[in-house]
Design a protein around this ligand. Structure first.
Ligand SMILES: [Zn+2]
Length: 195
């Protein structure tokens, strides 16, 4: 997990949004390999193991691979210029390397990716959690794999963490959500703008 991502993390427990305090044991090249994250509100602590922040289990399991081509993903997300974070939820994180090449300077965050996706320092942080464990309006875009896009709770989470005017991309049927303006739908895929 990229150490600077700590500033954007929130405790996934059911209380008002709150930051987490990092207690690192091992950091290599600005990446936290081992340590703990603590919540000052509820007192819970979460381990970082092999570079992966373990903030709890999701009821949705990631599929093996996303059907979205990483090149298409780049266009749909529409990031222009370096800086900030983009989030890939579930199976869609399998294509992260191509997306990282197309978006230099954008740090990627994989939430509940397939097991084959490993932590990759500042380029890719891996988080496991029952929701997107990031603060509201903190990222430049979110892509939901089909298994997560099918769950209204995860679509709401994607909208919550995305900055106004930026995009949420999902696979499957387009959602109806007050905080998202649907920009386009294609075969089995949709793009929305955060209000
Ligand atoms: Zn907490």
């Amino acid at each position: 997990m990229y150490i600077e991502l700590t500033d954007h993390l929130r405790c996934p427990a059911d209380h008002a949004e709150q930051y987490l305090v990092l207690l690192p044991d091992r950091i290599v090249d600005r990446s936290v390999i081992r340590g703990r994250l603590g919540c000052p509100v509820c007192g819970r602590t979460y381990p970082v193991t092999d570079g992966i922040a373990e903030l709890g289990d999701s009821t949705v399991r990631p599929g093996a691979a996303s059907s979205l081509d990483p090149a298409a993903l780049h266009v749909l997300l529409g990031l222009s210029g370096p800086g900030g974070y983009a989030v890939l939820v579930g199976s869609t994180a399998a294509g992260w390397e191509r997306l990282a090449r197309e978006n230099p300077g954008v740090s990627l965050v994989a939430v509940n990716p397939p097991d084959i996706v490993a932590d990759a320092g500042p380029l890719l942080s891996v988080l496991r959690a029952p929701l997107i464990p990031l603060k509201a309006r903190s990222v430049r875009g979110v892509v939901l794999g089909p298994e997560f896009a099918a769950d209204p709770e995860w679509v709401r989470e994607a909208a919550r963490v995305t900055l106004p005017g930026l995009r949420v991309v999902g696979q499957g049927r387009a959602p109806e959500l007050d905080s998202l303006d649907l920009l386009a739908t294609a075969e089995d895929c949709w793009v929305a703008s955060k209000r």
